[in-house]
Design a protein. Structure first.
Length: 197
């Protein structure tokens, strides 16, 4: 997050006011309203870049219903990145293209895309994630402030910590159960030995 980017409140307001076309159903196997590769191409052109080649554009097209949420999150992210602050900045074209192609999957696997419009914390998380992947921080923040706030909001990291904690808890329970069973077997063996004497 080396460079200062746009104002956080400008982008959060923009995200909260996401227009209907960016919330519409992405086209999947002939159904849906919005062609995601076309939206990405329009975004890249708006910032002064080139639209993706056909082979690359296919990577944006959802092929299964399982990819629907990622596609919806990509549409919403395109709306955020279409902010005038990014216009005529072609140096962001390739990082944006990569971000939209690769970065949103873990977040989309955890949270419904509409939450990033309706929930204030999720709005801030998405904006900070997008900016950080473009090596930007919100205007007026230091690198340290921006990194700390993104870490505090990071749903993917929080999910990882929760899963690891549950796994450790399950392992501890299994270990206690094994120890209890071994102890009971030892008591039973001792009791049997005493009866035989």
């Amino acid at each position: 997050m080396q460079s200062e980017g746009p104002q956080l409140d400008t982008l959060t307001r923009r995200l909260a006011e996401t227009p209907r076309p960016f919330l519409a159903e992405p086209r999947i196997r002939g159904r849906g309203e919005v062609e995601l590769p076309a939206v990405v191409a329009d975004l890249l052109l708006a910032i002064g870049g080139q639209p993706p080649e056909a082979a690359v554009a296919r990577a944006y097209r959802p092929e299964t219903k399982g990819q629907r949420n990622r596609a919806r999150l990509t549409l919403i992210s395109c709306w955020v990145l279409y902010d005038p602050w990014f216009h005529d900045r072609p140096d962001f074209a390739e990082p944006m293209a990569a971000l939209l192609r690769e970065t949103l999957d873990p977040l989309a696997a955890l949270i419904d895309a509409e939450k990033f419009v309706s929930d204030p914390e999720r709005r801030e998380e998405l904006i900070r994630l997008l900016l950080s992947h473009l090596d930007l921080r919100p205007a007026g923040e230091s690198e340290h402030q921006a990194a700390d706030r993104l870490k505090a909001l990071d749903s993917v990291e929080r999910d990882r910590v929760i899963r690891e904690s549950k796994l450790r808890e399950e392992r501890a329970k299994a270990r206690r159960l094994r120890e209890e069973m071994a102890s009971r077997r030892a008591r039973e063996a001792a009791a049997k030995a005493n009866r035989e004497w």
